[in-house]
Design a protein around this ligand. Structure first.
Ligand SMILES: Nc1ncnc2c1ncn2[C@@H]1O[C@H](COP(=O)(O)OP(=O)(O)OP(=O)(O)O)[C@@H](O)[C@H]1O
Ligand SMILES: [Mg+2]
Length: 262
């Protein structure tokens, strides 16, 4: 146990304390959680993404990042989830994926689970952490889903409670990767408030969904953030699919050209 955290409930948590809720393959398939399935050919995309991201995290001594996009619906939650599973399957480290999109939580829906409580319930003291940590039936993976509750989100994100929670979750286990699925950059100030808590970011673009100005504005917001990469999601470009299916790994100029709405 680290100094100074003896009284923090998070310090008591071991993976055995989590709620075990194995997700049936049918649900994973229906919800496009392909990394949770055996031998889905599309999972290679996430293996490439995983390798690239882990390399950067290791080289820089980082263990956490957030996933965001410019606007809603780009695929942040789905990509965070598939990536989290891909990292957990690698076997060298555990992963915690936190649904920090407080206004529009959707991790539970993507996993096909009904959760009674979520991150906000823990942060506001309604339930202890044990009641919001779920193991979805994949070794080394814990998810912390969200559940919508009426709150002042900006104040909650900027609160000492949130800061302590994130600090604690990042430093609890050396070999654990922490992924936060946060709101889009252009929705309220939530993403801006979250950004400073993390080492790095992964940016998701929905192909042909944003204008050039929107993407440029997003890049300006992320200027001071360590960008691990950009995922071009829902791409309609043809094969070679490993390069284009999720379009991961392009420089910004390339992404800009490929992703801009015509
Ligand atoms: N590559 C893909 N191919 C097909 N459908 C996809 C793909 N990625 C995401 N989707 C679908 O698009 C919708 C939005 O995805 P998701 O919820 O992951 O986006 P999001 O960026 O988290 O959205 P929000 O901003 O609302 O949180 C979902 O219905 C999801 O299943
Ligand atoms: Mg989402």
């Amino acid at each position: 146990m680290r100094n100074g955290v003896q009284n923090d409930p998070l310090s008591q948590i071991k993976y055995t304390n989590t709620i075990s809720l194995p997700i049936p393959p049918k649900i994973l398939r229906e919800n496009r959680v392909i990394m949770g399935l055996k031998d889905d050919p599309r999972s290679d995309l996430f293996r490439v993404l995983r390798t690239n991201i882990l390399k950067q995290l290791r080289e820089n001594g980082w263990n956490n990042f957030f996933v965001t996009s410019a606007t809603q619906g780009a695929g942040k939650t789905l990509i965070s989830l598939n990536l989290a599973i891909a990292i957990a399957l690698e076997g060298n480290q555990s992963v915690i994926l936190v649904d920090a999109d407080l206004r529009k939580p959707s991790l539970a829906r993507n996993l096909g689970i009904e959760c009674k409580f979520g991150l906000v319930d823990y942060l506001t003291g309604i339930v202890p952490i044990e009641q919001v940590l779920i193991n979805p039936g994949i070794d080394r993976l814990v998810v912390l889903p969200g559940k919508y509750t009426k709150n002042n989100f900006s104040e909650l994100i900027a609160s000492p409670k949130m800061a302590n929670f994130i600090d604690e979750i990042k430093s609890r286990y050396e070999s654990r990767i922490v992924i936060f699925d946060i709101p889009p950059l252009f929705v309220a100030d939530d993403a801006l408030l979250f950004m400073s808590y993390f080492d790095a970011a992964l940016f998701v673009i929905e192909d042909e969904h944003n204008t050039k100005d929107e993407l440029q504005h997003a890049m300006t917001i992320l200027e001071d953030t360590n960008l691990l990469g950009v995922v071009l999601n829902k791409s309609k470009l043809p094969a070679p699919s490993y390069k284009y299916g999720y379009g991961y790994g392009y420089g910004y100029g390339e992404v800009n050209r490929a992703a801009v709405r015509s």
